[in-house]
Design a protein around this ligand. Structure first.
Ligand code: F6P
Length: 374
């Protein structure tokens, strides 16, 4: 008699509503449909490297569908450049492969975003049978229609922006609200449209602060003395975009200490420290209206997943078990309409899905008179 096959699961990167629903779906499907055993590694690739794991029985997988976060814990590491401090890094992929071999895993399932796709590809390249499932509130993973976590985050952000309307109206203020999304504008654009924002600023369209101020002044002249500005955390002004491009060009040509310094300056610019506060005070100065800032932050990815995210995570997790049983690996389980598709990791790892400039959501926003800062 052959021993039951075992599947390993880990969750990596920033957490996202729906992770537990996906763990449950992979685990239950592997157990019930294919008689496999399931183990979960703690804290992402870090726990895999340290062989910190727990067996997941069907009881362990019950009652977690609606829970936010991840029962396995998560971490952000680069598997081939593990940080040893003082600028030193080490490739830990061989150690992780040993752990996978020790457990005789049929497959390792990694739930994560873009960083996880890159880590998983590194493991696939040294022979680990790995599959990934895309999650992130940013919705910026290439090769899939959508990632789970996005719908929940958009719901939370929409409700928050809805609530800003009444207070903005009462005080005749500009309310500048910052949404997450990393370098992509999906969350700000989606929630901004859904909540009726007057201005939406996303990284894909560098903004002209004077154009934003004019649109607010025009609203005021037309009788609306308040405005809601939804700004993505990665949004950048035209001036900063030019400076960013210059710094990148100089960095590419530089070496040694100069290159390191330029990298630091680029990081600072990308981090947009105080960027939203600066934007709010500039708009206030230019329009003569008071402004206030709200930064939604991690509240956008906390708590119970929406029904749509539960369904998506469950669909992808269940399909993942089917792919494992069929011997498919080296792929991301992508959502395609109502079905799924295994997409080779090497086609999507390292590719960020930003909002295309001809995307329908952008033309919708323009038709409605929402200013996009250009
Ligand atoms: O990728 C998800 C995300 O929430 C981004 O929207 C945000 O930029 C980032 O993670 C925040 O990361 P951390 O959890 O390290 O604060």
């Amino acid at each position: 008699m052959t021993a039951p096959r075992t599947v390993g699961i880990l969750t990596a990167g920033g957490d996202s509503p729906g992770l537990n629903a996906a763990i449950r779906a992979v685990g239950k499907s592997a157990q019930r449909a294919y008689g496999m055993h399931v183990i979960g590694f703690h804290d992402g690739f870090l726990g895999l490297m340290q062989n910190r794991f727990t067996r997941l029985s069907s009881d362990d997988l019950s009652g977690i569908l609606t829970r936010g976060g991840t029962i396995l814990g998560t971490s952000r590491v680069k598997v081939d450049k593990m940080d040893l401090g003082e600028g030193r890094t080490l490739d830990m992929t061989p150690v992780m492969r040993e752990v996978v071999e020790k457990h005789e895993l049929e497959a390792l399932v990694c739930l994560g975003g873009d960083g996880t796709m890159r880590n998983a590809l590194k493991l696939a390249e040294i022979g680990v049978r790995v599959l990934t499932i895309p999650k992130t509130i940013d919705n910026d993973v290439a090769g899939t229609d959508i990632t789970f976590g996005f719908d929940t985050a958009m719901t939370i952000a929409t409700e928050a922006v809805d609530r800003l309307h009444s207070t903005a109206h009462s005080h005749h203020r500009i309310m500048v609200v910052e949404l997450m999304g990393h370098t992509a504008g999906w969350l700000a654009l989606g929630a901004g449209i859904a909540a009726g924002a007057d201005v939406i600023l996303i990284p894909e369209i560098p903004y002209d602060v004077e154009a934003v101020a004019s649109s607010i002044a025009a609203r005021r002249a037309a009788g609306s003395s308040f405005s809601i500005v939804a700004v993505a955390e990665g949004a950048i002004s035209r001036q900063d975009a030019v400076r960013h491009a210059e710094l990148v060009e100089r960095k590419d040509a530089a070496t040694g200490e100069e290159r390191a310094e330029l990298k630091r300056q680029i990081k600072d610019l990308e981090r947009r420290v105080d960027g939203t506060a600066t934007l709010a005070s500039e708009l206030s100065e230019m329009t003569g209206l008071e402004s206030r800032v709200t930064i939604l932050g991690h509240v956008q990815r906390g708590g119970t997943p929406s029904p749509a995210d539960r369904l998506l995570a469950t669909r992808l997790g269940s399909a993942c078990a089917d792919y494992i049983a069929d011997g498919v690996h080296g792929v991301m389980v992508a959502s395609r309409g109502d079905t799924t598709e295994p997409v080779p990791l090497k086609e999507i790892a390292g590719v960020v899905k930003t909002v295309p400039l001809d995307h329908a959501w952008l033309s919708t926003a323009r038709h409605l008179g929402i200013a996009l800062g250009d």
